[in-house]
Structure formats: structure tokens, C-alpha cells
Ligand binder design. Structure first.
Ligand code: SF4
Length: 258
């Protein structure tokens, strides 16, 4: 796939991975230029087959919109590590859907991340921290387990889309994870996909839908922090509906929210 210029650029990025920090803003800018106008599959081929970003994992919530990215990845490299945060608070339907999607798409490297038992004992012994300190609950059930798991990888793939929120409207395809001192790369291959594109892709490939979508949940996270959305509400209105919170603090998911 690579012409001479692209090969040289990939080589420069690989050199940086070998010598660290993994990526700089200049690398991200270069990658965005390299793949300007390229389709999503070309980006995934370069990342997952040509390994231009080193060791890569996808972080999936197995939520309402997860299946498109997972299907695209499965077409290129079904052994890609798929990280799933099992917070202990998911809807049972999400866990069943996760297993259905993994089997259906032939994904072979699902990695289930769980909270540290000492963290739970010290900070959420009753399991009710979500009700009075959701940021703290997300910290021990999502942020810390994911940080620990991602320390093994050079880059992570997210499913974030620009249309999902104003905070995602101007995201590039490649960016450096500002929360990571070693300069891990975040890759947003679906950033320019619209809702209609996702729906068309699901229909074309006859992909399974999360069962709660038809039950009034267009965005699905943990059970205590997700409610049904009413007609006319924003599709993420059911997430942490009684608080100002609208992100879980990791910003790395496949867009369905975890
Ligand atoms: S979404 Fe709710 S239950 Fe899940 S980790 Fe965050 S606060 Fe806890």
C-alpha cells in the first residue's frame, strides 16, 4: 500500500516507537497528513497489518454503536486485542451481546478488564459509590483498570465520531493521548462517519444490534447510570442523567460509551 514517501514516513514513526517517547504531536500531524482522504479500511490496514503505530488495542464498550468498528477490525485482523472494561455494573444484556458479537465476528483476543479488588474494598465496599461520587466510581472501575492495561500498548483505537458531541466535533484521526506521559497514540478511524453511515453499514453486513437499543437506550453504559431516552432528547441524555457528568473520564471508548 505504501509508496516511497509513505514508507519513509512510517519508518520515522517506527523509529520513534523504538526510541520513545512513543509519539509526539508532530507524529500525529504527519499521520493525519498521510491518511488525509484515505478510507477507514486503509487506515486500519496500515495500523493493524503494517503496524505503523506499534502494538495496538481497541477499547470497546460493546454498546449501541460498537459493532461497526469491531466488524471493520475483524475484516483486517481478528486477533486484535479487544479491551472490555467489566465494571461489575453492566446490564446483563451488554455482557450477552459482547459474547454474541465476539463469536459472530470471529474476534479471537477479547481481554476483560476488572477493577482492582483492593480499590473496591477501600473505596466502594458497598458497591454504591456511583450514587454519591460517580467520578470516583468511574475512576476505580474504568480509568485505573484501563490505564494499567493500556500501558502494554503503543496506541489505542477508539470509535469516537464527530457527530456524537461538541467535544468530539473537531477530533483528528490521529492524536497523542495527553493523559499518557509516554505519548501513546489515539486513533479515531470513524471520526468522519455519520449516523446514517453507521446504519447503512450495519444493514449491509446484517450486524446484530444491542438488544437495549430497541428498548429506548440509544447510548448504553453501566446500569445504574443509564436510563431510557425520551422522544426529542439528545441520544446521550440517558447517561448520568441526574448529574453534570457526560464522559466517563477515559475518552477512549468505541463511542458507545462504557
Ligand atoms: S458509569 Fe456509573 S456505575 Fe459505571 S463506573 Fe461510572 S459511576 Fe460507576
Amino acid at each position: 500500500m505504501a509508496d516511497l514517501g509513505l514508507s519513509r514516513a512510517i519508518g520515522r514513526v517506527r523509529d520513534r516507537i523504538d526510541t520513545g517517547p512513543r509519539f509526539t504531536d508532530a507524529d500525529a500531524i504527519r499521520l493525519n497528513r498521510m491518511f488525509r482522504g484515505a478510507d477507514t479500511s486503509a487506515v486500519l490496514e496500515a495500523v493493524l497489518k503494517d503496524r505503523i503505530a506499534g502494538e495496538v488495542a481497541v477499547v470497546s464498550s460493546f454498546g449501541a454503536e460498537s459493532v461497526v468498528l469491531l466488524h471493520l477490525i475483524a475484516q483486517v485482523a481478528p486477533d486484535t486485542p479487544v479491551l472490555f472494561l467489566d465494571t461489575g455494573k453492566h446490564f446483563p444484556e451488554t455482557l450477552a451481546y459482547r459474547d454474541e458479537v465476539v463469536a459472530r465476528l470471529g474476534l479471537t483476543n477479547l481481554q476483560i478488564l476488572t477493577p482492582d479488588s483492593a480499590d473496591l474494598a477501600a473505596r466502594d465496599e458497598t458497591g454504591l459509590r456511583w450514587s454519591y461520587d460517580p467520578d470516583g466510581c468511574c475512576e476505580i472501575r474504568k480509568v485505573r483498570p484501563l490505564e494499567k492495561a493500556l500501558s502494554r500498548f503503543d496506541a489505542s483505537i477508539t470509535g469516537r465520531k464527530a457527530f456524537q458531541s461538541s467535544t468530539r466535533a473537531n477530533l483528528p484521526r490521529f492524536e497523542v493521548d495527553t493523559s499518557d506521559a509516554l505519548g501513546r497514540l489515539k486513533i479515531n478511524p470513524l471520526i468522519d462517519w455519520q449516523a446514517a453511515d453507521l446504519a447503512a453499514y450495519v444493514a449491509k453486513h446484517d450486524l446484530p444490534a444491542h438488544p437495549l437499543v430497541a428498548d429506548g437506550y440509544p447510548s448504553i453504559g453501566c446500569m445504574p447510570c443509564t436510563r431510557r431516552v425520551q422522544a426529542g432528547e439528545d441520544y446521550r441524555a440517558g447517561r448520568w442523567a441526574d448529574s453534570e457528568k457526560d464522559e466517563c473520564g477515559i475518552h477512549l471508548t468505541d463511542g458507545g460509551g462504557i
